[in-house]
Design a binder for this molecule. Sequence first.
Ligand SMILES: Nc1ncnc2c1ncn2[C@@H]1O[C@H](COP(=O)(O)OP(=O)(O)OP(=O)(O)O)[C@@H](O)[C@H]1O
Ligand SMILES: [Mg+2]
Length: 265
Amino acid sequence: MVERVSTGIARLDKALEGGVPRGSWVAITGEPGTGKTILSMHFAWAGLRVGDPVVYVTTEQEFRDVLTQAAQFGMHLDEFPIYSLGWRKEPEEPPLIVVVDMFGLLKIARHMSERSREGEKARRYGVLSMDTLIEAINEAYDVLNVSQGGKGPGRHVRLIVDSMSAFWSDKPVMARKFSYQFKIAAHRDNVTAYLTSQYAMTTKSTFGFGLEHVADGVVHLWMDDVESAREVRRWLIIKKMRMTNHERRAMRLEVGKGGVSLVDA
Ligand SMILES: Nc1ncnc2c1ncn2[C@@H]1O[C@H](COP(=O)(O)OP(=O)(O)OP(=O)(O)O)[C@@H](O)[C@H]1O
Ligand SMILES: [Mg+2]
């Protein structure tokens, strides 16, 4: 029996025979403004409501803005204990949300660079480098006590990285290699992940196609050409999902008061 993890969107769970198979790495791909971030918020919110800890990496905005935006959709993430890796102090209580934002990444990159200077070869770690991201995720797992290799009774954890493409924006040809490196280092049996990836509108796949190969599932979002449609008309399709059957028709994606809703078309 494949255990299911709710996406937080009932219609999407139904399209996936109950949800994402536990332990999957799901790429959420799409152009700007198609709903990737809001979809990720639903995933986090659904987890928190059943007691799953969340590791939330955001390169796009300050986490405070994530909280504000989620609250507009009735998802009050800040009702749960939060700890940010960017803070100076240690967590006072075991958090349910571990935040990795640009401040956290910057702090970790600095530490890693300092540590390397004590060793044989000094190195400068970039804020948006894969090494920095991996170190950050591992620190977040430590805060949450997620066991190495997924062995042992580890609690189910949800990981969100919004966005992965930020880590290869200056070298899109590295997308596939980085995606592998990241999965090998950060995958655990008890971690189910949402990884967002931006598509360049004109060149589509060239903007770091690679995550899609490594991911267990791909949920793709797009919008109709706004000039001919004269409106923002968004779509969602499940392109692949290992370990499960899934619906293969695109659904209209609407963003409203309660966040994302999916409508059969
Ligand atoms: N309160 C709201 N009510 C209705 N629609 C909203 C609301 N807030 C945001 N939206 C819509 O959602 C869109 C943003 O969705 P989201 O941030 O998830 O996109 P994204 O795919 O993450 O984009 P990017 O690649 O730029 O990060 C906005 O452009 C807007 O059209
Ligand atoms: Mg976004």
